[in-house]
Design a protein around this ligand. Structure first.
Ligand SMILES: NC(=O)c1ccc[n+]([C@@H]2O[C@H](COP(=O)([O-])OP(=O)(O)OC[C@H]3O[C@@H](n4cnc5c(N)ncnc54)[C@H](O)[C@@H]3O)[C@@H](O)[C@H]2O)c1
Length: 258
């Protein structure tokens, strides 16, 4: 019988892939799940080069209940249980708010919010021994951006869902947390970079908005997820951890001539 696995959605790319690598590095068996099968297989190859764990790649559309059900059936038939779930799959659509299409709004709700809801429900049924769920929000959950309004709304929903499901999970031995990253230099920003003369120019502009002076790497976020998944965070549930280089900590101050 196979041992418990840690499932990472959105594992084909960016933060999800970095999270798979970091968690595999501490000896976990990883299920890399994504709607992008080729990307998930590529992450699996990276994991197998890196560590000897019993890793697997699974096709999963987080927005489709049937997809979660078939994943649960596959895990059951392999005798696998889950000890952790990272709901990392997400999409962003940006642009002028008044022009945001209903199709783009619905797509973000389906993947970012419904996908996280279905993942949390799934976790509650396949973690009989308890475990940890980490959801991925964004600083957009706490501070609005006129050109990412729909995205902000879905991520605010993720933080509220995290608190509520934490209440459900607590008596069942399941902690539910979230991380809220600032800008992360992942594939998600590829489309945004098209609006600038170069990716470097985009990243430099973003870095100016982060007190620590740089955007996050996928590994920065993966390390925070690793902490929340660990026993060191055993008393933490319902919390959204801001991983933002201080961006939400304050405003530019003008009380003295510097
Ligand atoms: N990159 C950033 O600046 C940033 C900032 C804050 C929060 N986030 C969040 O971090 C998470 C990871 O983003 P990333 O930066 O690694 O982006 P990414 O685009 O590199 O990765 C997202 C992954 O989600 C997968 N995905 C999309 N729709 C899916 C679906 N229906 N089912 C399964 N998988 C699906 C994609 O195939 C991709 O592999 C997302 O939830 C995102 O909203 C990103």
């Amino acid at each position: 019988m196979a041992g418990p696995v840690t499932l990472v959605t959105g594992g084909a790319s960016g933060i999800g892939r970095a999270t798979c690598r970091v968690l595999a590095g501490e000896g976990r068996d990883i299920a890399v799940c994504d709607v992008n099968r080729e990307g998930a297989e590529q992450t699996l190859r990276i994991l197998r080069e890196q560590s000897a764990g019993n890793h697997r790649a699974c096709l999963l559309d987080v927005s489709a209940q049937a997809s979660w059900q078939s994943l649960a059936a596959d895990l059951r038939s392999d005798g696998c249980t889950l000890n952790g779930l990272v709901n990392c799959a997400g999409i962003g659509r940006n642009g002028d708010f008044a022009a945001l299409s209903l199709a783009d709004w619905n797509a973000m709700v389906a993947v970012n919010l419904t996908g996280t809801f279905l993942g949390c429900q799934f976790a509650m049924t396949v973690m009989p021994e308890g475990g940890v769920v980490v959801n991925i929000a964004s600083i957009g959950a706490f501070a609005g951006g006129a050109d990412i309004a729909g995205y902000c709304a879905t991520k605010g929903g993720v933080t509220a869902l995290t608190r509520a499901v934490a209440m459900y999970g607590a008596p069942r031995g399941i902690r539910v947390c979230a991380v809220a990253p600032t800008y992360v230099d992942s594939e998600m920003l590829d489309e945004v970079a098209d609006n600038f003369s170069s990716r470097a120019e985009m990243l430099a502009g973003m870095a100016e908005l982060v007190p620590i002076g740089r955007v996050a790497s996928p590994e920065d976020i993966a390390r925070a997820i690793q902490f929340l998944m660990s026993d060191s965070a055993g008393m933490i549930t319902g919390t959204t951890l801001q991983v933002d280089g201080g961006q939400l900590a304050g405003l530019p101050s003008r009380h003295a001539n510097a």
